[in-house]
Design a protein. Structure first.
Length: 173
């Protein structure tokens, strides 16, 4: 297997096309070195927040109405451009919340999904989020809190959700 010269001067010629092709190889190599990424994220939140629907949108680019709730966890691999994403979709029922920390330990980002249309669940969402963020193994992992179902007429405003979850008190994320 012969190595193609990276620069035109390596070939000893002044061929403009060869130079452009070799520079193209160089820039492809640079792009792949620095911009091809693999990342792992965990998506969690209380039951019925819409986590599986959100994952479906990430994967397929559209909303699907008849999603089946996650039992335990599901792992999905998604490729967007040069980014490969391993997505952990974690069940939000009480019996699965104890697993959240285990699946969040090695991720680059934790996404906490909140049902903006279910105001009565805000105190529980706040409690579960705060308990999760107290885990030393999850210190400094970036957190993204997303409001879901904000298209519904009875959905709370972003400021209301942020205040109810006391998001202003979260730092080092």
């Amino acid at each position: 297997f012969a190595r193609a010269p990276l620069f035109a001067t390596e070939s000893g010629g002044d061929n403009g096309l060869a130079s452009a092709l070799n520079m193209g190889n160089f820039f492809t190599w640079i792009r792949n070195m620095f911009w091809d990424q693999e990342m792992e994220i965990a998506i969690l939140g209380l039951q019925n927040a819409g986590k599986s629907s959100f994952v479906h949108v990430i994967q397929h680019g559209h909303y699907q109405d008849d999603m089946i709730p996650t039992v335990g966890f599901n792992m999905h691999k998604v490729k967007k451009g040069n980014v490969k994403i391993k997505v952990w979709d974690l069940g939000g029922q009480v019996k699965y919340r104890g697993m959240w920390e285990r699946y969040c330990r090695g991720v680059q980002t934790i996404i906490f999904l909140v049902d903006a249309a279910d105001e009565k669940m805000f105190p529980l969402a706040k409690k579960e989020l705060q308990e999760l963020l107290l885990k030393p193994t999850l210190a400094r992992i970036p957190l993204l809190v997303l409001m879901n179902k904000n298209d519904l007429s009875h959905a709370s405003a972003p400021d209301t959700v942020a205040q109810a979850l006391d998001l202003g008190s979260i730092d080092d994320r």
